[in-house]
Design a protein around this ligand. Structure first.
Ligand SMILES: Cc1cc2nc3c(=O)[nH]c(=O)nc-3n(C[C@H](O)[C@H](O)[C@H](O)COP(=O)(O)OP(=O)(O)OC[C@H]3O[C@@H](n4cnc5c(N)ncnc54)[C@H](O)[C@@H]3O)c2cc1C
Length: 607
């Protein structure tokens, strides 16, 4: 269930920031027992507090998630059967809308969040976090700085000070590996438990990575600086050459620094596959170096490296198990790839073993004959359990030629926009066949991604741009079905889909045909199609009062104003599309938060 009242992961980061501060205070009070190295004791103590802070990463958002799930469930139960859900249609407390407008949904600066910051058309430097995300990311960074520098004997000799900072940053860098690796995995249970999107986890993963690398670099720099102060650069070179302990630490630090240097947004996006491969290799080298460095002197901190490796092995093992279990049975999973107009393909997966997915979830697709090791995420647009006695309707025959091939099988379908790598190769493979349809052996790994139920919203507005339509389609199906059965609070669903050309409508035509034929659909679903580059005005025609087509871009403010005027209950507004569309919807929702109780849910197709 969704209640975006508080973004989940950052409640935890907040707590960790506070815990950092309290840890620093608590540790100030500690007096080391006689005979113990006081510096080491402080490090151990800080290490413990760091773990407590990391525990808050999981604990507080988990509690929040539980509360929000219960709240949504109560709202759903209270709304069922009610024609009018007035109680939930506006905020009961002004501070809630203030919080949403200014903190929770607010981009760091003005209105830009998902649209990438670009230096030039070819060079982007990433996206800006939200204000709430920034607040806690800064808190975490500040917490690490405090931990690195607090309780250092600043009156001592410079080399002694450097030694203390070296030890502290080394310890912190090692402990931070645990959340770093936890947030790197696809099978991170926290994604499901806390309902946080994978791109938010990636954001936190990137920041944790920056912290780990900075601390590792500071650790090595302090060591080198102290050596240089004592005897120039010669002892530094000699130590690197002559000591396995130093050599391995040096290898680890170099690999960490490489990891940071090759990860900027523009490089990542331009060469994703190469980036991923190098990232894994460099991470393995970094961990290997660090392991040997710590093991050489039997440092207690080695346990954190072991935990990080265990997390990685766990993730990879679960992935392997999922791939084998889901795709290899009496037959292997196959993918039927069909060329669609507008540089897109529809991929229908005929699964070796049937499995379920929830709206908004995605799979990783492997097609060994196109790319042996690569896997790419795609939102599951449609799933079907076809029966042997499936009625073949002549009128719909053209839309269901793949379904006919798959009678009796569980299928899942994706719509994929052609890009320049794997998707391009897949497109070309189908395009080269006479019928523009090809069936290939494939592996589907999933389902992944947070589960968002929109069932407790009285009014749901789903905005999609281009291939972002794969996100709302399963939601609409679920809500219309729920409306007919009386199992959802939703009384009104509006789909706003922005496409460049009318031919893009073909991407989801078979599924839309099914949705439009669903029981009581007319009472609840309205579709507004916006065609930004119509070939002629003749191409723009509205088939019915509930399915309308317009030329140009939508005015999100006007659409929301209209829906707010006629809303029932709490409004859920979702968006999945380009960065500028997402930012526009976010801006419009924030502008109207004072008038109506609106939750905003954003899905991004990139990280
Ligand atoms: C959760 C999620 C759901 C998605 N759902 C859809 C969908 O339903 N339909 C659709 O057309 N696209 C979807 N995408 C985008 C799709 O994954 C990429 O367009 C695709 O991986 C590009 O492959 P390529 O090799 O042709 O890319 P390239 O042309 O090489 O790169 C294009 C972009 O895709 C990114 N990319 C490339 N490879 C990967 C990868 N393995 N993992 C993640 N990103 C990658 C690159 O960073 C770059 O920004 C989704 C992405 C995510 C994260």
């Amino acid at each position: 269930m969704i209640n975006n009242f508080v973004p989940r992961s950052f409640g935890a980061l907040a707590a960790s920031g506070l815990l950092f501060a309290s840890a620093a205070v608590a540790s100030s009070a500690g007096v080391p027992p006689a005979g113990e190295d006081s510096g080491e004791l402080v490090n151990i103590e800080f290490g413990k507090w760091m773990l407590v802070a990391l525990g808050a990463f999981a604990g507080i958002p988990l509690i929040y998630r539980l509360v929000s799930v219960v709240y949504c469930q109560i709202r759903l139960m209270a709304s069922l059967g009610l024609e009018n859900q007035t109680y939930f249609s506006s905020h009961k407390h002004e501070w809630v809308s203030w919080l949403k407008i200014n903190i929770l949904y607010a981009p760091f600066w003005k209105n830009r969040h998902n649209r990438e910051l670009q230096i030039s058309r070819a060079l982007d430097i990433g996206t800006l976090p939200t204000r709430f995300e920034s607040f806690f990311l800064i808190g975490y960074v500040v917490g690490n700085i405090v931990f690195s520098l607090h309780k250092i004997d600043w009156d001592g000799q410079t080399t002694a000070i450097l030694g203390e900072i070296r030890n502290r940053t080394g310890v912190l860098s090692t402990i931070n590996l645990v959340p770093l690796f936890l947030l790197a995995g696809r099978n991170n249970p926290l994604i499901q438990l806390m309902g946080i999107s994978f791109d938010t986890y990636n954001l936190v993963h990137r920041w944790l990575g920056r912290i780990v690398v900075t601390e590792a670099f500071a650790h090595s720099a302090c060591w080198a600086a102290a050596k240089v102060m004592n005897g120039g650069w010669a002892p530094v070179g000699a130590a690197i050459q002559g000591s396995v302990f130093i050599q391995m630490g040096f290898v680890g630090t170099c690999a960490f620094v490489f990891l940071m240097c090759h990860s900027p947004s523009s490089l990542r996006h331009a060469f994703y596959e190469t980036f991923l491969f190098l990232h894994i290799v460099a991470a393995a080298v970094a961990l290997g170096g660090l392991w040997m460095h710590l093991d050489y002197k039997k440092y207690r901190w080695l346990v954190y490296v072991k935990i990080a490796i265990a997390l990685w092995v766990f993730d990879r093992s679960v992935r392997l198990f999922r791939i084998i279990y889901r795709n290899i049975g009496k037959r292997m999973t196959t993918a039927t790839v069909e060329i669609l107009p507008g540089e897109a393909i529809r991929v229908t997966l005929k699964l070796a073993r049937p499995w379920k997915f929830r709206p908004g979830q995605h799979v990783y697709l492997y097609v060994p004959s196109v790319g042996l090791w690569t896997s790419h995420p795609f939102t599951i647009a449609w799933g079907e359990q076809l029966q042997q006695n499936h009625k073949i309707d002549d009128e719909r025959l053209s839309f269901h030629r793949q379904d006919l091939m798959h009678i009796g099988e569980k299928t899942m379908s994706l719509v994929i926009r052609r890009r320049t790598g794997f998707t391009n190769a897949l497109f070309n493979k189908a395009d080269r066949t006479p019928n523009k349809v090809i069936t290939l052996k494939a592996l589907a790994e999933g389902p992944y991604g947070k589960v968002d139920s929109l069932a407790s919203y009285g009014t749901v507005v789903l905005v999609a741009g281009g291939v972002g339509i794969t996100h709302p389609v399963p939601h609409i199906r679920e809500l219309v079905e729920g409306y007919a059965k009386g199992t959802v609070a939703t009384k009104r669903i509006v789909l706003v889909w922005v496409v460049q050309s009318p031919e893009h409508l073909e991407w989801i035509r078979p599924w839309m045909t099914d949705i439009l034929a669903m029981e009581r659909r007319r009472e609840v679903l309205e579709i507004q199609l916006f065609v930004t580059r119509p070939s002629s005005t003749k191409a723009i025609h509205s088939p019915s009062a509930t399915v309308q087509m317009f030329p140009g871009r939508p005015n999100i403010d006007t659409i929301l104003d209209r829906e707010i005027d006629r809303r029932m209950g709490t409004m859920g507004v979702t968006v999945c599309g380009s960065g500028s569309l997402s930012d526009d919807v976010r801006r419009a929702v924030r502008a109207k938060m004072d008038i109506a109780n609106i939750d905003f849910i954003e899905e991004a197709f990139s990280w």
